[in-house]
Design a protein around this ligand. Structure first.
Ligand SMILES: [Zn+2]
Ligand SMILES: [Zn+2]
Length: 342
């Protein structure tokens, strides 16, 4: 079968791989849509590790085409999406419901083969962990392919304690920054500001209902403080630029929360004015990934979320995955999707 394969930094190819089987348990999914994540691009750039030869793709939805006789909870023909984590199930994080923090976790698309392939093997363990989700027949599989990034964003929104009366500042209007805005709009937040240098992304932010969209030119911080003299209740850093950590703290209201959502380049160090945290009683947190509960919560609202489809600016065939990587590495578009029926 055709499958993408991560060969080396800067090199993802389409190769011929052996079709998976579920003779020893588990099931087989035929992906319908798979999405390229910023972290896939980080692997491509050598900023994050993945196994050489692995089929990337941890954001996908599809249809079950085969299953082992012992799998009872799913049927052939079911529409599904996935939490791509295989965690140990017995460490303190796993037992506390935080499998995304398990030190022994294996992730599809990084450590074992993921969704950029004609077929994907889903081990029995993923099913037992509850990490495969049946979708209703109404759910749009294209949107369901984004369950993972939406869940990571949901984790972020929940961790900062965002409520509808809060003012929210999102630094970085890429796919994840815009997903934050979509979830914030969904819970009724009206005071959303996005700072983004790319014109196309600023236009998209407006389209999904963000009224205040700023191009970070000279004095952009002063401009924001003119409108919000006390700063913002919640600030999300959705771009991995360490030089924005201090502005994020500076623009945060006393007692507010700053979340470092985006990953930074490997071994990144940053110098910040720590008194901003101390005297303003700020909370500086990080979130990454999502818990099972985050997925469950997102899948409950996924059909009601507005404008998620607008984030999908580029659609590729499976054979075009290498081009999709190049385009995303060159910051073309927002969310890139592989459509397996094209
Ligand atoms: Zn992702
Ligand atoms: Zn564990």
């Amino acid at each position: 079968m055709k499958a993408a394969s991560f060969q080396a930094i800067g090199q993802v190819i389409i190769s011929d791989k052996k079709k998976p089987n579920c003779d020893d348990g588990g099931l087989i999914i035929k992906p319908q849509f798979a999405s390229l994540c910023a972290s896939d691009i980080r692997v491509f750039r050598g900023e994050k590790n993945a196994k050489i030869g692995v089929t990337p793709g941890h954001e996908f939805s599809g249809i079950i085409v085969d299953k082992h006789k012992d799998v009872n909870s799913f049927n052939i023909g079911d529409k599904v999406t996935i939490c791509p984590i295989l965690s140990c199930g017995s460490c303190s994080f796993c037992l506390g419901g935080l499998r995304n923090r398990c030190p022994d976790r294996v992730t599809l698309g990084y450590d074992s083969d993921g969704g950029f392939a004609e077929e994907v093997y889903i081990p029995d363990k993923i099913i037992k962990l509850g990490h495969l989700f049946n979708l209703s027949h109404n759910t749009d599989l294209k949107i369901a392919a984004l369950a993972e990034p939406l869940s990571c964003t949901f984790n972020s929104i929940q961790s900062i304690g965002l409520e509808k009366e809060h003012s929210l500042l999102i630094l970085g209007g890429g796919p994840m920054g815009l997903m934050h805005a979509i979830l914030a709009v969904h819970i009724g937040v009206t005071k959303i500001t996005i700072v983004e240098p790319i014109k196309e992304r600023r236009a998209l932010a407006k389209k999904i209902g963000v009224k205040s969209v700023i191009n970070p030119q000279k004095n952009w911080q002063d401009l924001l403080l003119n409108n919000f003299p006390d700063g913002f209740d919640k600030v999300i850093l959705s771009v991995g630029l360490d030089k924005l950590i201090e502005p994020a703290l500076n623009l945060c209201k006393k007692k507010g929360v700053v979340n470092l959502f985006a990953g930074f380049p490997l071994n990144q160090k940053s110098i910040i004015d720590v008194n901003l945290i101390h005297y303003n009683e700020l909370k500086l947190i990080g979130t990454q990934n999502a818990s099972l509960q985050n997925y469950i919560d997102v899948l409950q609202i996924i059909d009601q979320l507005k404008n998620v489809d607008k984030l999908i600016t580029h659609v590729y065939k499976l054979e075009e995955v290498p081009i999709a990587y190049q385009d995303r590495a060159n910051l073309k578009g927002v969310k890139s999707i592989i459509d397996f029926n094209m």
